[in-house]
Design a protein around this ligand. Sequence first.
Ligand SMILES: [Zn+2]
Length: 366
Amino acid sequence: MTTAHGIVETPAFMPVGTQGAVKGVTHRDLESLGAEILLSNTYHLYLRPGDELIARRGGLHRFICWSKPILTDSGGYQVFSLAERRKITEEGARFQSHLDGSSHLLTPEKAAEIQANLGSDIAMVFDECLAHPADAVSARASMERTLRWAKRGRDRFQQIRDRAAESRIPNPGQAQFGIVQGSVFPDLRAESADRTVEIGFEAYAIGGLSVGEPSDVMYDMVGQTTPRLPAALPRYLMGAGTPQDLVEAVARGVDMFDCVLPTRNARNGQLFTSQGRINIKNAKYAEDDGPADPACQCYTCRHYSRAYLRHLFATGEINAATLNTLHNLHFYLDTLRRIRESLTFGRFENFRQLFHESSSRHPQDS
Ligand SMILES: [Zn+2]
């Protein structure tokens, strides 16, 4: 995938840097882990420090000092999950900030404007994130609204791009992705995909999954949606998932992922390993001199024992979050690296089978 800030090998995993930073690690760490693209959250950056302040600093890349590609979400998901007293109308989503209660209106146009100020390489169109489970009637109404919003968001994006020179936005090469909705209803997913492609975006994402539905339902929805999205363009499954989910989504044609699991779980002491998940808090690791994952080549596993990681976690040392995050991100990024390699050599099916066997062979920590 080619962006205004360089090339990203796909399938790719994007570490989540909500406020312009990936919690617990530095950009130097991310570069040495091989991260090629970051995700940042529009909702958070709009509220603090503000998209206009960031535009005055020359855009998000300059402000956070990251010269590789950045994708920003539309802010919609956070409005639906974080904000207080939100009210959805045809115009957009009015909400109160979770920080100070101040009132804001996020519309498809406004989401495009904020992201133009941030200057990310990939902007996401504003969509409605329906809670799961939803009935077919409300899922259809929401999908239809998302399509109307998509058209408005696309129009505003193109206006800004046409006037890039005079408006002096930080990244005139920004792309915008459309988002397929439709909950867990195959006919709605199909219609949403076809009509979103009709509007015409640089590429397409699948939204509204990984929100609590069983994984076989998610795999099924992904498998039914990807064939309707142009094969030559990247397909992005938003917010997924476990390492197993990533492998299964790639098998169904997905090229891009973002998820807070590796970073958030690291801070809670849960480590993803080639043998499944381990919980470093557990007493059984108190005198375990082995690395978190014997198959892992990350900085944490090359230097430190499970016993030490458990001690750092138990005593609340900041390093616990850093070392655990380094490991989990390495596991995710390395899994994607191995997927790409297996695809290059035509051995993906073999990789997929071995990956699932290895992670289910051992008992998982609770
Ligand atoms: Zn490791």
